[in-house]
Design a protein around this ligand. Sequence first.
Ligand SMILES: Nc1ncnc2c1ncn2[C@@H]1O[C@H](COP(=O)(O)OP(=O)(O)O)[C@@H](O)[C@H]1O
Ligand SMILES: CC(=O)OP(=O)(O)O
Ligand SMILES: [Mg+2]
Length: 407
Amino acid sequence: MKILVVNCGSSSIKYQLLDMKNELVLAKGIVERIGIDGSRLKHKKGKEKITIEKVISNHKEGLDLVIKTLTDKETGVIENINEIDAVGHRVVHGGELFASSVLIDDRVIKEIEANAFLAPLHNPPNIQGIKAAMELLPDVPHVAVFDTAFHQSMPEKAYLYAIPKEYYRKYKIRRYGFHGTSHRYVAARVAEILGKPLNELKIITAHIGNGASIAAIDRGRSVDTSMGFTPLEGLVMGTRSGDIDPAIVVFLQEQEGLTPKEINDLLNKKSGMLGLTDGKYSDMREIEEGAIANDPVCKLAHDIYEYRIAKYIGAYTAAMNGVDAIAFTAGVGENSPYLRENVVKKYLGYLGITLDEKANDCKSCEKIISTPDSKVKVLIVPTNEELVIARDTKEIVEKGIKELKLW
Ligand SMILES: Nc1ncnc2c1ncn2[C@@H]1O[C@H](COP(=O)(O)OP(=O)(O)O)[C@@H](O)[C@H]1O
Ligand SMILES: CC(=O)OP(=O)(O)O
Ligand SMILES: [Mg+2]
C-alpha cells in the first residue's frame, strides 16, 4: 500500500509518499511560497534533489504539481496516480470532536470547518489541502490525523482554565495541546527502547522545534501539555512568547494602542527568541553559536529558553507523582547536544540523572543519553509525524473503519 501524506500550512505543502510494505519513504518534498512571489517545489527522491520554480497560486495548483512530480518519468517514483492507495492529512485542530484519526467524509469536513475559528492560521489551509487532494484523487480514501487528538485524554483539572465557566461552554475555551502526533510517537518509542510496556511508564516528552511543547504521558495517556487553547502557551519558542502574565496583553494594548490582531502578531511572530534578541535571531543554531561565543544577549536568551523547559519538566514530574523517562525530540531537541546538556546538567540532577556526555554528543540519533545508573532515563528520539499519519491511514483503510481508537 502506497500512502501520500500531506501537511498543508498557510503558504506551504509538505508531502511524503510512503510504501507501507516496509515503511519506506519513496519521495518527499515541500511546496513553498504558495500565492507569493517566488513559489517553488523542492522534491527529494532518494539522494536526488530537484527544485521547480513556478507560479503556484493556490493549494490545488501546488498539489497538482506534487502529483505531476511524483508521476513524472524523471522525477517520479510511481507510474500514475492509481498507485496511490490513500492520502493522510495533518489537521492541526480537531477541537473536542476528534479524539482520534478519522476517515474523511462530508460530515468530517464540516466539523473541521466548524473548528476553524479555534485555529484560524492552521485549519483553513488544512481544509483547502483536503478539498484539493480529494478533487485530484477522488477514488481513494482520505484520512485526517489531528495534532490535538492525543491530548483529548487530559483530565478536566488539566484542561480547564480558571476563567468564568460560561466561556468554556460558549466558545470551548480550554487547553487542547498540539504536536500530539509527535508526543504519541515518541512516547511509544521510549517504551520500545526501554523494553517496558508503555502502560507502566511515566514519560515526559519534550518536542523542542521552532514551535515547542512538553507533554506528561502517564501510562500511555497524555495527562497534561504546555501548549493550550492555541500553540502560543507554554515554552519560549522561536518567535512565540509562551507563558506570560495575561495582564501584559491588556497593558500593551492600552499603552501602545495595539489592535487585537497587532498584539496577537506581537506575541506569535515577534516574541520568543526573536524578541529576546531585539529582533536578531529566531533560529536556535544562531542563538547557540552566540551563547557559546559568550555573546551576553544570546546567552541570556538561551538561559531563559532552557529554564522554561526545566520548569515544565519539574511541573510534570509533580503532575505524575514521578517520572521514569524524559525524551527530547524535534529540530532543537534532536540536534542540539548543547541544549540537552544545559537542561540536564543544570536542572535535572535532583531526579538522580547523570548525563552520559559522550552519548549526548550526537545529532538525530535515537538513544539513551543518561548513564546506566541514572534513576530516570533521558533519551533522544527523532520524531516522525508523517509515519504516524501514514500508519493511522493504513490502519483505518485496511480495517475498513471510520475511526481509530487511541486508548
Ligand atoms: N543543529 C541544531 N542545533 C540547534 N538547533 C537546531 C539544529 N538544527 C535545527 N535546529 C533548530 O530546529 C528548529 C526547527 O525545528 P522543527 O522541529 O523543524 O520546527 P517546526 O516544525 O516548528 O518548523 C529551528 O529553530 C532550528 O534552528
Ligand atoms: C501546532 C504548532 O505549533 O505547530 P508548529 O510547531 O509546526 O508550528
Ligand atoms: Mg513541527
